[in-house]
Design a binder for this molecule. Structure first.
Ligand code: PLP
Length: 457
């Protein structure tokens, strides 16, 4: 059958998706029962997407917290086209120009300029690599008993078997796949609005950091390889820790010889108004994992950046070799896309822009406080903001699942041309190229959406 027009073409595409596509973390039955629920995007420009029905949507979640330079950047297409004329895969044991250039570029941006970079294709792989690197590091140093990894409940570090075991809850859905990776030890999330420790105290008492020390002591420091956490966590509800939290964690890790892995998969490359969020606290992680905005999602690329001292430990003979491999890690074409993306971030000063626009966005979000369902507005670190909704502002009681707040708000947002992944928190992490007018636009539309939601519930 020939396709005669765009509507028919889109209908055929939709049918095909309903029959054959398996969307991540989605109940496909929902789309089979209501095909109009399935959004098919056909165009993207800057912060905006156009769907198959011609509706324009503002992407407040940057795809999946990654579209730093926005959609539709021809420079990336050009860089990829050029790279495709050359080496299109690095044969076993060898490398090529773009892969070397990206490694050197990442080391030049990292807190330790002597870093060495292991390339992967996604954030889960980068974290999996980081954990294996930490275990092997200790083994080389004669500490083979160190295999446990301490992580925070509510964090998200990926979806492979090992990484879903870290953090936990939410998208990792580790309750579906037990038994989990042994050696995973969980501690509290630093959460200024919902902290179990400082409920009664007017300020943070850093008990969440002290808990890490207690847990390491309890487990036995000689069994603990690493601590992993996102500097600021979207998964845990767009949480921003107390300024003393990370320095405290660093000194606890130092005290017990535990490696500090910082998962900068979301926060890297300008999201929080610095190249890396670690810069906010002058923090030297031992290992940093990055992905997402490394290529702004134009091609899959990720990296595990090891501080020089960690990487140098692997310099030796056969037994010191890091026996780990990802077929598509360091793919030269993905590296070319990443280099072009980082050049745009640099040339357009998007890190500074994120800091400025983020401050402006956070100030403007204040207007939402007039809605009694708004419990907390978080931000102040670049374009990394969140609005937590509550049933009762005084008690901070959350809405029960039966109120279906995420589903309802997602539908209201859609009518207002907004998109983000709503839970009881509205994450607002737009592309770093957002303009001041666009900030005004999204604040106005979120405001109107919350008014509608308040009337509905
Ligand atoms: N770490 C963090 C903080 C993330 O948000 C994600 C994905 O959302 C990952 C790791 C996993 O990255 P990927 O989905 O590319 O494997």
């Amino acid at each position: 059958m020939s396709i005669v027009n765009r509507d028919e073409e889109m209908e055929a595409l939709q049918e095909s998706a309903l029959d054959h596509l398996w969307l991540p973390f989605s109940q496909m039955n929902q789309f089979i029962e209501d095909p109009d629920d399935l959004t098919i995007f056909v165009e993207g420009e800057g912060c905006w997407l156009t769907d198959s029905r011609g509706a324009k949507v503002f992407d407040m979640m940057s795809g999946m917290w990654l579209k730093a330079i926005g959609y539709g950047r021809k420079e990336i297409a050009e860089a990829v086209y050029q790279a495709m004329q050359g080496i299109t895969y690095n044969p076993w044991g060898a490398t090529s120009r773009k892969t070397i250039e990206l490694s050197a570029k990442l080391a030049s941006l990292a807190p330790d300029k002597g870093s060495r970079v292991f390339l992967a294709s996604g954030g889960s792989e980068a974290n999996e690599t980081a954990v294996k690197m930490a275990k092997k590091y200790h083994r080389i140093r004669g500490d083979a008993g160190r295999y446990k990894v301490v992580s925070r409940r509510g964090s998200y570090h990926g979806t492979t078997h090992a990484t879903m075991t870290l953090g936990g809850g939410g998208v990792a859905a580790h309750q579906d796949y037990g038994p989990l990776q042994p050696g995973s030890v969980h501690v509290s999330q630093p959460h200024s609005y919902r902290c179990g420790y400082c409920k009664e105290s007017p300020t943070c008492n850093l008990e969440c950091a002290r808990e890490v020390e207690r847990v390491i002591q309890f487990e036995g420091p000689e069994t603990v390889a690493a601590f992993i956490g996102e500097p600021m966590s979207v998964a845990a509800g767009v949480t921003i820790p107390h300024p003393d939290y990370w320095p405290a964690i660093r000194s606890i890790c130092d005290k017990y010889g535990v490696l500090l892995i910082l998962d900068e998969v979301v926060t890297g490359f300008g999201r929080t108004g610095k190249w890396f969020a670690s810069e906010h606290w002058d923090l030297q992680p031992d290992i940093t994992s990055v992905a997402k905005a490394l290529s702004s999602g134009y091609l899959p690329v990720a990296a595990t950046i090891a501080r020089k001292e960690v990487a140098d430990t692997f310099l030796g003979a056969e037994k010191e070799t890091f026996r780990h491999l990802i077929t598509y890690g360091g793919h030269p074409i993905a590296c070319a896309a990443a280099l072009a993306n980082l050049a745009i971030i640099e040339n357009e000063s998007l890190v500074e822009h994120s800091e400025r626009m983020g401050r402006y966005l956070f100030e403007q979000l204040e207007v939402l406080n007039k809605h009694s369902i708004v419990g907390d507005i978080r931000g102040g670190f670049g374009l990394f903001c969140g609005v937590e909704l509550v049933k009762d502002r005084d008690s901070k009681e959350p809405f029960p699942p039966e109120a279906k707040v995420p589903e309802r708000l997602t539908a209201v947002f859609r009518r207002h041309g907004l998109m983000t992944r709503v839970s009881n928190v509205i994450p607002i992490l737009p592309p770093l190229v957002i303009s001041k007018d666009e900030v005004d636009h999204i604040v106005r539309e979120v405001d109107a959406s919350l008014k509608e939601l308040s009337e509905e519930i």
